[in-house]
Design a protein around this ligand. Structure first.
Ligand SMILES: C[S@@+](CC[C@H](N)C(=O)[O-])C[C@H]1O[C@@H](n2cnc3c(N)ncnc32)[C@H](O)[C@@H]1O
Length: 310
């Protein structure tokens, strides 16, 4: 397997104290900086440790899915290989690597190398785009996983990414895609949340992305020639009304929203906000709505699909 290549940090752009990545041809909306990587203090008495927003998000999604990482009907066996596309901090991949028998090879790719943890003998991290995976990887992986690339891939890139993933799967291998925003799209029933979704739809559309990508994924998967689609939808409660878990999910979502502050303001705020203070007020209103609207939740969907035998 090729070693980690390239250093995507070299040309990263900085704005409003956040740093955005600049992998040639990639269009990721969120920052790629220390706040994404190391933003949250976890207190598990008697220990205190720092978790990245991405690692905390992994914990929250995993909890919503009964602590089960693989929903495709496949068990990685010694001698097989697993790929995680857009791996970020490698949270899903490393968690899985610690759960399966020795002898499985794990690989994480991302356009942003600054999120990578150190590689280890069974897990390596490689700088690459999911739209152009290494040519020597054809028919190599038993399982390919990809999570939360809605704000990373343009609508026009999804078909390329899915064909690349299908190419690198062994015949009858499985792919698992995880995204937020399954229909009915709902992070809460209130008017502030509805305004937030409209703003995010407009931001994503202005960049060529699809905010509610879960409603498009089944069509993309069929067009790419995948078969045996299985879908698992879960709702993650948001807000104080749902206790500790609701507060953790709310805080993670708010960190995500803060991460789009600069991209939203840069293009004028879509009529919802025009200054940083207005953006911060909007976020405070969202938090208040979720805290006080029982039933507020964020939906996630996991799609498992198989590459045909031939
Ligand atoms: C929201 S993060 C999700 C990270 C990880 N999948 C997780 O769930 O913790 C999206 C990741 O996709 C990466 N990314 C953006 N464009 C990409 C591309 N074209 N190919 C591969 N990764 C990409 C970003 O650098 C970022 O690490």
């Amino acid at each position: 397997m090729p070693r980690a290549t390239g250093d995507s940090t070299a040309g990263a752009t900085s704005d409003d104290a956040r740093t955005y990545h600049s992998f040639p041809g990639a269009h990721y909306i969120l920052p790629a900086d220390e706040l994404e990587k190391e933003s949250f203090i976890l207190n598990v008495w008697p220990f205190t440790c720092r978790l990245s927003r991405l690692n905390r998000q992994h914990r929250l999604i995993k909890r919503a899915y009964d602590d089960k990482l693989i929903w495709a009907p496949v068990n990685p066996v010694p001698g097989s290989a697993v790929l995680d596309c857009g791996t970020g901090t490698g949270a899903w991949l490393l968690d899985l690597a610690d759960q399966v028998p020795q002898g499985v090879q794990f690989c994480g790719i991302d356009t942003e190398s600054r999120f990578f943890p150190p590689s280890r003998p069974d897990v390596e991290f490689i700088t690459s785009s999911v739209t152009a995976l290494p040519s020597e990887w054809s028919s190599k992986f038993q399982l390919v996983h990809q999570r939360l690339l809605a704000v990373a891939l343009k609508a026009s890139e999804w078909p390329h990414a899915l064909l690349e993933i299908k190419r690198v799967l062994v015949p009858e291998g499985w792919a698992q895609f995880e995204e937020a925003g399954a229909e009915p799209f709902n992070w809460g029933a209130g008017p502030v949340t509805a305004r937030f979704h409209d703003m995010m739809s407009k931001l994503n559309a202005s960049r060529g992305h699809i905010w509610n990508v879960t409603s498009h994924i089944p069509g993309f998967l069929a067009d790419a020639g995948f078969v045996n689609v299985r879908t698992e939808v879960r709702g993650v409660p948001l807000g104080k009304w749902a206790g500790k878990a609701g507060c953790e999910n709310r805080d993670n979502s708010i960190d995500f929203i803060r991460a789009v502050r600069t991209p939203v303001l840069k293009v004028g705020g879509f009529g919802y906000v025009s200054t940083g203070d207005e953006f911060d007020h909007f976020v405070a209103e969202l938090k208040d709505e979720w805290d006080n609207t029982p039933g507020s939740k964020q939906n996630f969907a996991i799609f498992s699909v198989q590459k045909p035998a031939s």
